[in-house]
Design a protein around this ligand. Structure first.
Ligand SMILES: [Zn+2]
Length: 304
């Protein structure tokens, strides 16, 4: 594999599977193209999802005034709340609130909604069910955040053309371990061009084009994604100072917003598993080409 050393040189990374955070000092990307006003978002429903790894997550489903898609926030930990979800709505009953997830503590059969006005202790309630909350003394102040764009092929059909599935798993692993974090899951398949166009781009790649050229040949921008909905969702979740898991410097400015509505305090790199383990991770010539293009043509900061 050719050397694909980062143009600015990322620090060497891994200590016991923990990426080393890099402080973000200056905005590196111009922001003129970003939206002046953030979209309005509202969390429609939140539900607890026990996961196969044992970590419990809270899935938040959002609607917005910019597109018709169901964007999501995958929230780790009990402390991160959605303001739009918790806000009372006209004429709703306490049962309505529980059904849409605007409760504190835990749901259980027969639960009365007495906690909805804030009278029920949220964390101590869970100890009565036999589970004692684990105090996390070293909990960092700023939440770990990943902005993830949907990738049907990489997450569902086991594709080794990209590393999206692995990145999603890795973000979840790090947040599960911290006991806190947010993955904003945006429904913008194929860098925003949709699945059908993405599959055409794959055929062009098999004909020799790289991922950027393939999109350009199809008359799409190299990257049609937008992150303003993610910014609005993070603010709804009370996250205006974050540590962002990314290798993409453009994403930092995009998530911060045109008027720096959010401050990315640190960048936490995402290093492919195949680069730091002997057997794990995706090993295919396609993913190598994909990562090479990300580094050489899209300015991603990654180094071996
Ligand atoms: Zn992908």
């Amino acid at each position: 594999m050719p050397s694909i050393i980062s143009p600015v040189g990322s620090p060497s990374l891994i200590a016991q599977g923990t990426p080393v955070a890099i402080p973000v000092t200056e905005p590196v990307t111009p922001r003129e193209d970003l939206l002046d006003t953030l979209p309005e978002v509202e969390c429609v429903v939140r539900a607890r999802i026990p996961t196969v790894s044992g970590t419990e997550i809270f899935l938040h489903l959002y609607r917005n005034n910019m597109d018709q898609k169901e964007h999501l926030a995958i929230v780790f930990g009990h402390d991160i709340r959605s303001r739009s979800l918790d806000k009372p709505r006209p004429n709703e009953t306490e049962m309505d609130r529980m059904i849409r997830g605007a409760y504190t503590g835990k749901l259980y059969p027969g639960r009365k909604a007495s906690g909805l006005d804030g009278t029920e202790p949220s964390t101590t309630a869970s100890s009565s069910s036999g589970r004692t909350p684990t105090p996390n003394l070293s909990k960092p102040k700023n939440t770990l955040v990943r902005i993830h764009s949907e990738c049907y092929t990489g997450e569902t059909t086991w594709s080794a053309r990209c590393d999206c599935g692995e990145q999603l798993d890795e973000a979840a692993r790090l947040m599960g371990r911290e006991g806190s974090g947010v993955i904003v899951y945006l429904r913008q398949e194929g860098r925003g061009i949709g699945l059908s166009e993405k599959l055409k781009a794959y055929n062009l790649q098999d004909l020799g084009a790289d991922t950027v050229t393939a999109n350009l040949l199809l008359r799409h921008p190299a990257d049609a994604r937008s992150y303003s909905i993610a910014t609005a969702i993070l603010l709804d979740l009370g996250q205006d100072k974050i540590r962002l898991l990314t290798n993409n410097p453009d994403k930092i400015a995009a998530v911060e917003g045109k008027h720096s509505e959010i401050h990315v305090v640190e960048r936490v790199p995402m290093v492919p598993l195949a680069w730091r383990t002997a057997n794990d991770g995706i090993r295919s010539k396609e993913v190598e080409g994909y990562l090479k293009t990300k580094i050489e043509r899209m300015g991603h900061l990654l180094s071996h």
